[in-house]
Design a protein around this ligand. Structure first.
Ligand code: ADP
Ligand code: MG
Length: 399
């Protein structure tokens, strides 16, 4: 990927890039709609990346070109003009957030290439933010050749600080996302999923290759229903309403994270039935996520798979964020021998499913999906088999 990008950078900016800042996309194995409830999530990075080639500029200007957008923009650091196209706001707001928080910055030429499907539920947005942040930090560093961790140490900051800054930039773009995406893209570990405690902002790597035979398959439904943004805000509001009721009866409840399933049973009648169902999903999903982590550690993929299926059914029936296409992909996967479990992943109403299976089930799964899904929907699904990739990093050009 990098060699071709180097040549394209030179063609565009008439100078050599000093290096490349790369950040993966991610897929969530379990723990859906729990992050903004202070709960637990279990994502991993996928082997798809945004790569940002960079060359420092001393004049405080950012020039950025996105291959995906086929567009170039230019703006002064820390001052994002209103006229910027949507994609460039991710770049500009990351730059602005870095500047506002007093991080070292200088300006840079940036060339953005990505093989993360954009808007496909694998968090191309967090991937873009993290890769841009790394490129700007590297461009500002006085000493070339520093790794991302060294650059962060120079600035007295951590990868988690950078994740929070990227989240802030995404909020400014207008997507009120939780912290999961930016956190795993910056803190994930190769060969591992990451159990994130979204309240404490701590991540614990959970090995995936303990079970040699395990495969993760991500299937893009190729649909995106417009309901997503409204429904997301509505769910957040409903969760807040449930918290207010629980807090009246249970001391110390500030988020659904603090409510156990038995407490939900006890107080469910005190709230609107729809709000109770939303809360039931979050409360049980938090428990399932922790059970799935224990099972992964114990080398018990059967239990992990069961948790994934229960998660999907809960998202479909209680949280009501699935759709016909995602349900169908999950049903097809569940019919394939060697599949442990399958569920929708991401916000819902389209995007991807994630399936855990034995390696020997990959091809039969691919064939079943290619045979049955287009027939029922008229859509061509995209099947990605992926190991767990490492986190965002900076790679310098060889001298
Ligand atoms: P997801 O994060 O699931 O891919 P989002 O809607 O959160 O979907 O983010 C997609 C948006 O992020 C795009 O509409 C675009 O504005 C921006 N984006 C992501 N990757 C790129 C890229 N390589 N070039 C330009 N914009 C990108
Ligand atoms: Mg996103």
């Amino acid at each position: 990927m990098i060699e071709g990008q180097r040549a394209d950078f030179v063609a565009r900016f008439a100078t050599e890039p000093h290096g490349f800042s790369m950040a993966p996309g991610r897929v969530n194995l379990i723990g859906e709609h729990t992050d903004y409830n202070d709960g637990f999530v279990l994502p991993m990075n996928v082997q798809r990346h945004t790569s940002v080639a960079f060359h420092p500029r001393g004049d405080g200007t950012v020039r950025a070109f996105s291959e995906h957008a086929r567009q170039a923009v230019e703006f002064p650091l820390g001052d994002a003009p209103e006229s910027l196209p949507a994609w460039a706001r991710y770049v500009a707001y990351v730059a602005a957030a870095l500047a506002e928080a007093g991080w070292p910055h200088g300006g840079a030429d940036l060339h953005i290439r990505s093989d993360v499907p954009v808007g496909g539920g694998l968090s191309s947005s967090a991937s873009l933010e993290a890769a841009v942040a790394g490129a700007l930090l590297a461009s500002a560093g006085r000493v070339p050749g520093r790794t991302l961790d060294q650059l962060l140490r120079d600035a007295g900051r951590t990868r988690t600080d950078l994740a929070l800054l990227c989240q802030k930039a995404e909020h400014r773009v207008g997507a009120l996302c939780g912290i999961m995406d930016q956190f795993v893209v910056l803190n994930g570990r190769e060969g591992h999923a990451l159990l994130i405690d979204c309240r404490r902002l701590r991540g614990k790597p959970v090995p995936l290759d303990g079970t040699q035979d395990l495969a993760v398959v991500v299937i893009n439904s190729r649909v995106h229903h417009d309901l997503a943004a409204n429904a997301y805000n509505e769910r957040r509001r409903q969760c807040g309403e449930a918290v207010r009721v629980f807090a009246q009866h249970i001391a110390g409840v500030t988020a659904l994270r603090d409510v156990a399933a038995w407490q939900w049973e006890e107080f469910r009648d005190r709230m609107d039935p729809l709000v109770a169902r939303r809360a039931q999903h979050v409360v049980t999903e938090n428990e399932r996520t922790q059970i799935a982590v224990e099972a992964l550690r114990a080398g018990d993929p059967v239990t992990v798979g069961r948790c994934m299926v229960a998660s999907h059914e809960s998202l479909r029936d209680l949280y009501e964020v699935s759709c016909r296409e995602l349900d169908l992909l999950v049903e097809i996967a569940r019919g394939v021998p060697g599949v442990y479990g399958s569920r929708m992943t991401g916000g819902g109403f389209g995007g991807c499913t994630v399936t855990l299976c034995r390696r020997e089930a990959i091809e039969p799964l691919r064939q079943a999906v290619m045979r049955e899904y287009p027939k029922a929907t008229g859509l061509e699904p995209d099947v990605l088999v992926t190991g767990a990739a490492g986190p965002a990093r900076v790679q310098w050009q060889a001298e």
